[in-house]
Design a protein around this ligand. Structure first.
Ligand code: ADP
Ligand code: MG
Length: 717
């Protein structure tokens, strides 16, 4: 089982890695994962060990990071039910938590302000000491006192960690560097280093916290309240408490809290939070209304069709909240790198002191100082912090544009795509077929009636189109309905076998078909083992399909392929119009899987498959990255895909790819920049040019710049 915790006050990415390592080594723990951006620790263990593991986990976290508070994850989020609807325990937890959040928390208040206060005090003290210029023992006493105020907690933490075997953590490094400086009489230097380090920590916490909040706010489509009509009276309740079939009221300017059907009212909905689509969507009585959209005009009366947990908004939130748990290879690499980076730099520092003094008669004091400068540079924080932040910002930016990316790993894969494979119906085309022609021995009326009766059981876009053409007339009852993916449907109507589908379906039933010259997708109808008629249907190519293919080409995608279960004539026409590199027609879902496998072998880069989610779930899973259309409403798509395009516009894929490339570029920039500055300061330190304080200053600067740079991932044109 998996248990989640909220790590309150977790603000250093390196500490996150440390906690992850520490907890995963605990007895009974099968896996541990820390999601730095959401401050979430997930621990997997056997059900029977949970109590023991829980205790050990909390103890371990507190031991490693005393500033971090371990709380139950679900209780912290505003409406954060972790999939137990109506669970009283959760509810209690929530209200307790809401109360405790309202009260000012004296401890953390003092702690936050103490940090600021002592930074100010130290600044004043440093200025005073520089003017006064005490010497000898007086100087030592004064500086050590200031040192203890500004860095006492770090020394304490470092000593505690030393006994845990956490040798190379940043507290330890800072302690060694500054105590070393004190030992060689560099008092002002030691205090200055600690002072700058604390300022850096403070600013970094602030920056990370702010970014985290900004990104989260951006993605937050969470409704706060639901107005429910109970016995004619309007009551305000939490969205989680609304049952299916309740009557909701939504005032202008409010968020729709649950999915439902519009019963009364008329309005345009702002769907931009869900789809990134700026044009409002008109709704009238009878239309489906999705949660997370904002009512712009009239007062709406909605009958709910799903509870909160099943509603669009909470599904999206769940995806977004879990997205940064799935770490990208770049992220894993950098945490691993940081583990080796620090010891290597420490070793260099030791060599830098030992070699010149032992073999070349160098001045010990001077070389020790240079070595200590190295220690300051060996903190990996700038490297570690900006990577998850960049990915998180990238996911946030994409979600703002209406593209949900289910994990940092998928974001990275998306950046490396050079082959894009499309499904035709519903992806490149609208999937809304017009019925152009109905003909055959049975007569138009009957052909349509039987076809529609069969299609009422299918969720394929074709089915809906046939039903639309038939209209509101009564449908026949069909028994033994069977939908054959990529073929069509069979069933029994009035004790006669009937089938509708493509050539393949009728061939498999051994029914002879007449020649047809029709242009379009042809549906053949058979009744009682005989050909009964055909429907010629035509689909519209999506308005932005051509632009998508062109832009993909401009953005480094070498091959674009279309796979379809439709006939070759239609496929060829579409492929030509859109300028696709290749197409394959007449495919069954399993053939599509096979083609994607082949293309994956051929391609240099990664292969993306874009489908509408209806009967292509296996293909979505096979591709390196599966992109689904029709996030709104289509559960299958949300489940199987790695990336979901919320408003069905294929051109959004281009945007998502741009965001992913930009994110990866920024990650690389940050890594290179941080390493460059660090190596530069190291070289200066070796030659005694850079002071220790300058080294800290550079380190803080790099971290802050990296954080700011990471936030650029949010912005997309
Ligand atoms: P695509 O690959 O274009 O998305 P599918 O694999 O979903 O298409 O379907 C392939 C073909 O199978 C359709 O073009 C149609 O001829 C037939 N078919 C599938 N489902 C149905 C259905 N519900 N009714 C009639 N024909 C269907
Ligand atoms: Mg399809």
């Amino acid at each position: 089982m998996e248990k989640n915790y909220y790590l309150k006050g977790l603000d250093c990415a390196n500490c996150a890695a440390k906690i992850e390592r520490g907890v995963s080594k605990l007895k009974g723990v099968e896996a541990a994962n820390v999601d730095f951006m959401n401050q979430k620790l997930s621990v997997t263990c056997k059900e029977e060990n949970i109590n023991q593991v829980e205790q050990a986990t909390i103890a371990k976290v507190v031991q490693l990071e005393p500033d971090v508070e371990v709380l139950p994850f679900a209780a912290v989020k505003t409406h954060g039910h972790e999939k137990h609807e109506g669970c009283q325990d959760c509810h209690n937890h929530e209200s307790q938590n809401a109360e405790s959040q309202k009260k000012p928390q004296p401890l953390s208040f003092v702690k936050d302000n103490w940090n600021l206060l002592r930074i100010l005090l130290t600044a004043l003290a440093l200025i005073a000491l520089l003017i006064w210029r005490p010497t000898g023992v007086t100087a030592a006493i004064c500086y050590i006192m200031v040192y203890l105020v500004i860095g006492g907690d770090i020394v304490k933490q470092a000593l505690a960690n030393l006994f845990q075997g956490e040798l190379f953590d940043e507290n330890f490094l800072m302690m060694v560097a500054t105590v070393g400086a004190l030992a060689i009489g560099e008092y002002p230097e030691a205090v200055a280093v600690m002072f700058l380090y604390q300022i850096g920590e403070f600013l970094q916490d602030y920056a990370v916290d702010r970014s985290r909040k900004n990104i989260k706010e951006l993605m937050d489509v969470r409704p706060d309240i639901a107005r429910v009509l109970i016995e004619g009276k309007e009551e305000i309740v939490a969205p989680e408490q609304v049952a299916v079939g309740s009557t909701l009221l939504v005032n202008p300017g409010e968020k729709v809290p649950l999915d439902g059907i519009l019963k009364d009212g008329h309005s345009s909905l702002d769907t931009s939070a869900l789809t990134g689509e700026s044009l409002p969507k008109e709704v009238t009585v009878g239309d489906e209304v999705l949660s997370g959209t904002i009512n712009q005009e009239g007062r709406l009366v909605i009958e709910t069709t799903r509870n909160y947990g099943e509603s669009t908004v909470s599904k999206i939130l769940e995806l977004v909240e879990n997205a940064s748990s799935q770490k990208a290879p770049a992220e894993k690499f950098i945490t691993k790198f940081a583990r080796y980076y620090t010891p290597v730099v420490v070793l260099l520092a030791v060599l830098l002191v030992a070699i010149p003094t032992l073999f070349f008669g160098g001045n010990f004091q001077e070389w020790l100082y240079r070595g200590l400068t190295f220690l300051v540079i060996s903190c990996p924080c700038a490297l570690v912090i900006s990577v998850p932040l960049s990915f998180f910002a990238g996911i946030g930016g994409a979600s703002k544009a209406g593209v949900l990316i289910k994990g940092s790993n998928h974001l990275e894969t998306l950046a490396k795509v050079d082959t894009v494979v499309f499904d035709k119906t519903g992806t490149l085309t609208e999937g809304k077929f017009g019925v152009d022609e109905v003909s055959g021995p049975l007569g138009k009326e009957k052909i349509l009636a039987i076809s529609a009766s069969l299609e009422q059981y299918s969720s394929h876009p074709i089915a809906q189109s046939v039903l639309n053409a038939y209209g509101e007339k009564p449908l026949a009852v069909v028994t033994e309905v069977k939908e054959v993916a990529g073929h069509g449907i069979t069933g029994v109507i009035e004790s006669q076998k009937a089938a509708i589908g493509n050539q393949k379906l009728l061939q498999s039933l051994n029914i002879a078909l007449p020649e047809t010259k029709a242009v379009g997708t042809v549906l053949y109808l058979a009744v009682a083992g005989e050909y009964a008629g055909q429907l010629v249907i035509n689909d519209q190519i999506k308005a932005d399909a051509k632009e998508t293919i062109r832009k993909l080409g401009q953005n480094g995608v070498k091959t674009t392929v279309m796979l379809t279960g439709d006939n070759a004539t239609v496929a060829q026409a579409v492929a030509q119009k859109l300028g696709l590199s290749r197409f394959f027609a007449g495919l069954l879902p399993e053939d599509k899987v096979h083609h994607v496998e082949e293309l994956t072998k051929e391609a240099k880069g990664k292969v993306a498959f874009v489908g509408d989610g209806i009967n292509d779930a296996p293909v979505l899973v096979t591709a390196d990255v599966g992109v689904a259309m029709g996030g709104l409403g289509s559960d299958a798509a949300i489940e199987a895909a790695d990336v979901v395009i919320m408003n069905d516009q294929p051109v959004k894929l281009v945007q998502a790819m741009k965001i992913s490339r930009k994110t990866l570029k920024i990650v690389k920039q940050n890594i290179i920049f941080a390493l460059a500055v660090k190596s530069f300061v190291m070289i200066l330190g070796t030659f005694g040019i850079a002071s220790m304080a300058l080294a800290v200053f550079a380190d803080v600067g790099v971290t802050l710049l990296a954080v700011l740079n990471a936030l650029r991932c949010l912005r997309v044109k």
